[in-house]
Design a protein around this ligand. Structure first.
Ligand code: ACO
Length: 427
């Protein structure tokens, strides 16, 4: 007999089936809980709630493990390319040579965006945040490329590649236009990462010289961000997608969710925090003291994680990249020294030790991005480009499930009990 969990509620025993994952994770299935008992569960922030089964990404927060389709992220960072990793996430297996070439050709073919879309960019205020622009523009893409409506697998696969290709053109374009610079078109002879860098930095007066170390650093950065199971933005994509909205709208919602400083926006917040410390000359011990003070809203940005209760494996790779890439690029960044010192002080402080607060991916990623020449306001956009394969594969997993249910949590109501309407002249 398969395993069950017994629950005694108001003296009556109920049995709930146990679901076991391939890595031994267990959950009890409460699908029938309310129907059978009249109760619901309460789990603000969903720290104990599984919203789906998924075969895409495995994380073990206690051991610091992250694998895409079973492959450790460390191996992918060392041997794979972002395009290959995106293929792996979306299709569930590594591509053969032919498939990888076909994917790269398709990404090149789809890299232009409709010329009329440039007009939208011109009309955002100069100070608009690129994440707001990106979210709006990805949603707008649907009006220009509505093919997903015919739901044959060919059309959907084409849409995945379109999104992957166009997001990078759109991101670079938003940066160029925000700076008042002419848009640079993608080139068919450049790889995915090289193309993005060229679109960002090429100038008619100073052609951009591709540095293989920067291209590789960007490749690793994007691989490390490619998926992270049911995080805030991915959950947003799944929740919004579950209403059967089109993929563009679901991804646009994911971008909006990623923007927040407690999530993807932390990479920008970390650099702003480190810059403030640098400029003010604040004492590191004082900064850590502030982060611990319950009466002070300040938190150590880039520290702590809902799932990782040990060092984030992505942060480990990112930190190593700082040690290797910065010297190669002859970049001396005072913020790196401050970050190292902050980590040292925090990791020996009982507050951070007791609460299992370690650096997360965002703690060192901003320093790598700065070394590549990426401006701070584009950091979260860089994260969004990297996370796109994850969002697509998670959406696809939902859409392929014949039992994909619309997401609709419940609540415990704590407001007024039934109250009569009072006419305005009697209030
Ligand atoms: N600095 C100081 N204290 C912290 C920090 C931090 N960075 N993170 C958590 N804590 C403390 C909390 O105050 C809380 O203390 P308490 O138990 O005494 O109340 C305890 O640690 C647990 O923190 P929660 O906020 O309850 O943990 P949760 O899992 O809800 O939040 C989060 C995780 C949002 C990442 C949090 O650690 C945080 O705000 N970190 C800073 C922002 C950040 O770096 N975000 C990026 C996350 S990675 C990503 O999304 C890509």
């Amino acid at each position: 007999m398969s395993e069950v969990v017994k629950m005694i509620i108001e003296g009556k025993t109920y049995e709930f089936p146990v679901i076991e994952g391939s890595e031994g994770e267990k959950a009890f299935d409460i699908t029938k809980l309310r129907q059978q008992t009249g109760y619901i569960t309460m789990d603000p922030g969903f720290g104990n709630t599984g919203s789906c089964t998924s075969a895409i990404t495995f994380m073990d927060g206690e051991k610091g493990i992250l694998r895409y389709r079973g492959i450790p992220v460390e191996q992918l960072a060392e041997h794979s390319s972002f395009v290959e990793t995106a293929y792996l996430l979306i299709n569930g297996r590594l591509p053969n040579k032919q498939e990888l070439t076909r994917t790269s050709v398709q990404l090149n073919d789809d890299s232009l965006i409709h010329e009329d879309m440039q007009i939208f960019y011109q009309n955002f205020p100069r100070r608009a945040h690129p994440m707001g622009i990106l979210s709006a523009m990805i949603n707008a893409l649907r009006s220009f490329y509505p093919e997903l409506e015919d739901t044959d697998p060919e059309g959907i696969n084409r849409t995945f590649l379109r999104l992957l290709s166009k997001i990078r053109t759109m991101a670079a374009m938003s940066y160029r236009i925000s700076r008042g610079h002419k848009v640079v078109y993608p080139r068919a002879d450049y790889s995915y990462c090289a193309n993005f860098l060229n679109m960002m930095f090429h100038s008619p007066v100073r052609p951009y010289e591709l540095d293989p170390d920067i291209v590789e650093a960007l490749n690793v950065f994007w691989i490390l961000h490619a998926d992270h199971e049911q995080n805030c933005s991915t959950a947003a994509v799944r929740v919004v997608g579950s209403g059967r909205v089109n993929l563009y709208a679901a991804i646009s919602a994911g971008i909006a969710a990623l923007w927040g400083p407690l999530h993807g926006g932390a990479n920008q917040a970390v650099i702003e925090m480190l810059t403030n410390i640098h400029k003010s000359g604040a004492d590191i011990e004082d900064v850590v003291r502030r982060a611990k003070d319950k009466d002070d809203p300040f938190r150590l940005m880039g520290f702590g994680h809902r799932v990782y209760k040990t060092y984030d494996p992505r942060a480990r790779i990112m930190k190593k990249m700082c040690d290797t890439v910065l010297p190669k690029l002859k970049v001396e960044d005072p913020l790196l020294d401050i970050a190292r010192r902050l980590e040292e002080v925090a990791l020996t402080d009982p507050y951070f030790i007791d609460k299992n607060l370690y650096p997360n991916v965002d703690f060192y990623s901003g320093i790598v991005l700065r070394a590549m020449g990426i401006p701070t306001e584009m950091f979260t956009v860089m994260f969004a480009i990297g996370r796109l394969p994850g969002w697509i594969s998670q959406w696809k997993e939902g859409a392929d499930d014949p039992n994909w249910k619309i997401s609709r949590p419940r609540q415990v109501y704590t407001g007024n009990i039934a109250t009569d309407y009072v006419p305005i002249n009697k209030r």
